[in-house]
Design a protein around this ligand. Sequence first.
Ligand code: NAI
Ligand code: NA
Length: 395
Amino acid sequence: MIIEPRTRGFICLTSHPTGCEQNVIDQIEYVKLKGKIDGAKKVLVIGASTGFGLASRITSAFGSDAATIGVFFDKPATEGRPGSPGYYNTAAFEKHAHQAGLYAKSINGDAFSNEIKEQVVNLIKEDLGQIDLVIYSLASPVRKHPETGKRYKSVLKPIGEVFSNKTVDFHTGNVSEISINPAEGDDIANTVTVMGGEDWKMWMDALQAENLLSEGATTVAYSYIGPDVTKPVYRNGTIGAAKDDLEKTAVTITDDLKSIGGKAYVSVNKALVTQASSAIPVIPLYISLLFKVMKEKNIHEGCIEQIQRLYSQRLFGGDLDLDAKGRIRVDDWEMREDVQAEIAELWKSATTENLSEIGDLEGYSNEFFKLFGFKVAGVDYDADVNEVVKIPSEQ
Ligand code: NAI
Ligand code: NA
């Protein structure tokens, strides 16, 4: 079939298998070009099909020749209906990993559930024995708690008071004023339950209970801080409360891993265009200004550049360069004073009329479509494509 993007608000309902494969190939090529990383050899990535998790899987496999197990929650294609991008990405990743002689298997299902944890535990027992590195990169709006069966929903709200600021509809370029009502009821607790550290710890407990972590095993989860303009809705908002919890959990897990000399870290990453960040008001305007400024300064990075740098310079580079709170910081270039000062200036003047000039609106929009395999250089979108692609290890 011929597949075209079909958007509804902040989501795209279709995705393109050839474009997704090309995205994966481009990331593989980038990692190979950067050279070998003396890193972990047996890697479990939870949230492995898109964004930072996919970039982590690619960097482990093609930077360190690692065997990888990927866990994610994606929709396979059916006749006439494209699958989700993460499904196509993983099919492409496995194909290229296998061609390179690398072990790669995938488990598609709810990572929050006991069943999926059990499946992963069994797969590790059968195939890899022990794991050296666990990347925790889930981003989900909901979590069904494995003990109670209760479903929790996360929200993106400020805490305490209404937050008003500018935002942009990146499809139209329309800049407007938006007001977001503060969290109420159980909003904060629910968001922490979904995006905080509890499930990360459950994963590590499950692995450790079965002796599936190697001596000195490391685990890393991803976090975000960001600038003052987004603080009320991000770091000081409900999602920030969840990130605080995630960061605290790193300390708990490191404690749990003492007997094997293991460590848990949080890496604070740069703001990037993902489905999730497109849905948070104010953030898209910030990102479009951020991209413009960072591209002008030649320090722009996408997921793969971020994770390749995290691995080669921090995790396996001999210097973690932790901040005062014990976190790895690869948002260092985003947070540079000169970068933030320029954005703060641009922020004040940003309007519908000037945003395409002072901000990288086009870059934002292109990145958004790229998430779904569209607008990828080198792909012929007029060509007939087979939408039903299978993940090799699932056949
Ligand atoms: P993403 O949406 O691209 O990836 C999320 C992954 O989680 C996908 O592989 C998806 O299949 C999987 N997933 C979601 N729910 C699942 C479930 N119930 N069971 C199994 N798999 C599930 O997200 P992204 O942007 O890569 O985020 C990953 C982490 O990085 C998050 O903790 C996020 O807060 C953090 N981060 C994101 C930034 C951004 O700008 N996007 C910036 C800094 C940190
Ligand atoms: Na991810």
